[in-house]
Design a protein around this ligand. Sequence first.
Ligand SMILES: NC(=O)c1ccc[n+]([C@@H]2O[C@H](COP(=O)([O-])OP(=O)(O)OC[C@H]3O[C@@H](n4cnc5c(N)ncnc54)[C@H](OP(=O)(O)O)[C@@H]3O)[C@@H](O)[C@H]2O)c1
Length: 362
Amino acid sequence: MHENYMKLALKLAEKGRGKVSPNPMVGAVIVKENKVIGKGYHKGYGEAHAEVKAFENSTEDIKGADLYVTLEPCSHYGKTPPCVDKIIHRKIKRVFIGCLDPNPLVSGKGVKKLIDSGIEVTTGILEKECRELNEVFMKYIVEKKPFVIMKTAMSLDGKIATKTGDSKWITGLRSRKNVHRLRNEVSGIMVGINTVIADNPELTCRIENGNNPIRIIVDSKLRIPIDSKVLDNQNLAKTIVATTGQADMTKKVEIEKKGVKVLTIKSLEGKVDLQKLMSKLAEENIDSILLEGGATLNFSALEQQIVDKVQVYIAPKIIGGEKSKTSVGGSGIEDLRKAFQLHRISYKTIDEDILIEGYIRW
Ligand SMILES: NC(=O)c1ccc[n+]([C@@H]2O[C@H](COP(=O)([O-])OP(=O)(O)OC[C@H]3O[C@@H](n4cnc5c(N)ncnc54)[C@H](OP(=O)(O)O)[C@@H]3O)[C@@H](O)[C@H]2O)c1
C-alpha cells in the first residue's frame, strides 16, 4: 500500500524532468482514509516545493492525513520557507519518505524536526527508485560536480564514422530523437574542439519546445574557428569555451565579444584539466552534462573519471576500415583488468538499434 502511494509520488516527480535543474525532482501525495486527497510535484527551479503544491491542490481538510514524499522535506530556508514547518503547522499525522536529502549539511534534519514535533515518520519507501530518479542531484549536491553521461552512437564494429568521416547517420531516427530528448533534459552538452572543427555542429535540442543545453567546447589553445555555429546565436543557446593559459588572449576577446563565456582552466599535460573544469561548471549551476565526443575527449573523460553513466547506441551496420574512428580513442589502456567496467547495465531495442546503458563506479 505504502509503495503504491510512493509510486504515484514518483510518477508526479517525473513530470519535473528537465525543468527543475539544479533542484531535485520531487513528488508528493496526501492520503486520508485510504483516499488520495492531494497531489503535487516540483514544477520548476525556484517554484513551490512538491509538498506545498500537494497541500494547495488537496480536495479535503489535510489535518490528520498521511503525506508521501519522494525526498526528505527541507528543514532550511532556501528559495522557499522550510516544508517541515508547513507539515507540522498543517497537522499531518504521518510522513512517508522515499530517500533522505543527500546534502550532508541537512540530511536527516527534516526527519528529526518532524519526529520531535510528534509526527510519525517512515523513511526508505522505494528508496532505490527515489535515489535513481535524482541521480543528477545526488552527485551535484554531494560532490559539487555535474553528472556526466557519455553518449556514443556506433556501428556493430564500434565505428562512429567511415574512413572519410561520414557519420550521418549511423543510428535510426528514433534513436536520434531519444538523444534530442536527453539534450532537452541536461543542462550542458560537451564536445572536444576537433568535433567542432570537423562537423561544425549546432549542438541544440531539436524537439518541439525543447530547452537548449549550454554548449561546452573543450579547446586548450582556442583553435575554434570564429565562424563556428556554436559561437553564433547566443540568444538561442549559450556557449562556454573551456581553455587553458596557452590560449591567445586576442582570440579570447574576439570570442567573448560574441557573448560567449571563456573559462580558463588549469591544464593537465597540456590539455584542459577535466576535473577542474567540472568544478567550475558546477559553479555555473550546470548539474548535468551530455558528453557527445569525439573519441579523444571521451577517453580523457574516462581516464580523468568524470563520467558517471554511459549510453551506447549500436546500429546493425558494419563499417570497417582501420582509419575509421571508434567511439573511444586516446592512448587506451594496456591491461584488460583496468578496462572501464560498467555496472547496473540495461539493454533495450529502439527499432533496429540497441541501446546499452550502464554506470561507472569510480
Ligand atoms: N558519430 C558520432 O557520434 C561523433 C560524435 C562526435 C565526434 N565525432 C567525430 O569525431 C571526430 C573528432 O574526434 P577527435 O577524437 O578527433 O577529437 P575530439 O575529442 O572532438 O577533440 C579532441 C581535442 O580536444 C582538445 N582537448 C582539450 N582538452 C582535452 C582533454 N582534457 N582531453 C582530450 N582532448 C582535449 C584537444 O585539442 P587541443 O589540444 O587543441 O585542445 C584534443 O585534441 C570528428 O571527425 C567527428 O566527426 C563523431
